[in-house]
Design a protein around this ligand. Sequence first.
Ligand code: C2E
Ligand code: MG
Ligand code: MG
Ligand code: MG
Length: 291
Amino acid sequence: ADAALNRAKQQGGSSIVFFSGEMNKETWQRIEIERSLRKALENNELYIAYQPIIDIKTGNLSTCEALLRWDHPEYGLIPPIQFIPIAEEIGLIHSFGNWVLKNACKQTKEWHQRGIENLSISVNVSAFQFQNKFFIEEVKEALKYSGLEAKYLHLELTESAMLNHTMEAINTMHILNEIGVNISIDDFGTGYSSLSYLKQLPIHRLKIDRSFINNIKTDSREYAIVNAIMTMGHGLGLNVVAEGVETKEQLTLLKKLKCDYIQGYFVEKPMPPKKFEEWYYSTDLKSKLYY
Ligand code: C2E
Ligand code: MG
Ligand code: MG
Ligand code: MG
């Protein structure tokens, strides 16, 4: 990037001159990332990693979360926290999001056909994507294209995505419900959290943010928060998932708190499809979770 920057400077920067004077390294990197992000999809640099979500009561695989990965030819894997916000800013999130939706549904349908029965897929939806007027059509399209039954699809929305709280957002959720799609609140506890909205929304799952699970063992306040979310969630008839479970001790506490599902490195990291399949057929989950 530095070489290119020098070249641009020598050329007098006809097309970039408006950045004026010293274009710093970050600015250049940002432009470079944007440029390559626009080509990432067509260049096949995107793929989906799948992370298992386990039913604590049975020890069975219930769902997997689809997590987008960008394997940049030069920089290697770039984490989603770095490129998703850029994709949102420059409007690429719609094509990325739609691509994830279609492909995650298709992959899940294939897994059903190959014997991984009743597996659900959980797909992250950006607020921008959710607010797009074509979103419902895209969900229907993905189901049709993949042949996946709607009941196996979960959409993960963050609090801020829905708590822009317009009638339109609530309406979209109701339509998704009518189609048979499930809705989860992702990173629960980190958003605006006016709790009264929860009872009005047609949702199925709360995913407790990893930050509350981290110190659940040692921090009695975090334990109290998780306990409260669990009680409230169950009281509202929702399933509760704990994100970011890394240790057996955390699992033990979550069991005690009657948590429904766990997701985290204690079970497994997100994996590309082939690896996910190998993991599924080679792992004795029950003994890992219960002994
Ligand atoms: P998220 O939806 O909350 O996803 C969970 C994140 O926690 C993932 O990070 C996952 O790898 C990580 N994680 C899971 N278990 C553990 C654990 O035990 N310990 C730790 N330290 N981390 C754990 P990842 O894959 O880097 O994704 C980050 C965020 O990027 C996601 O957070 C989500 O907000 C966003 N994202 C990823 N894929 C997509 C996508 O397809 N569309 C949209 N709109 N956002 C996405
Ligand atoms: Mg998520
Ligand atoms: Mg999350
Ligand atoms: Mg998160």
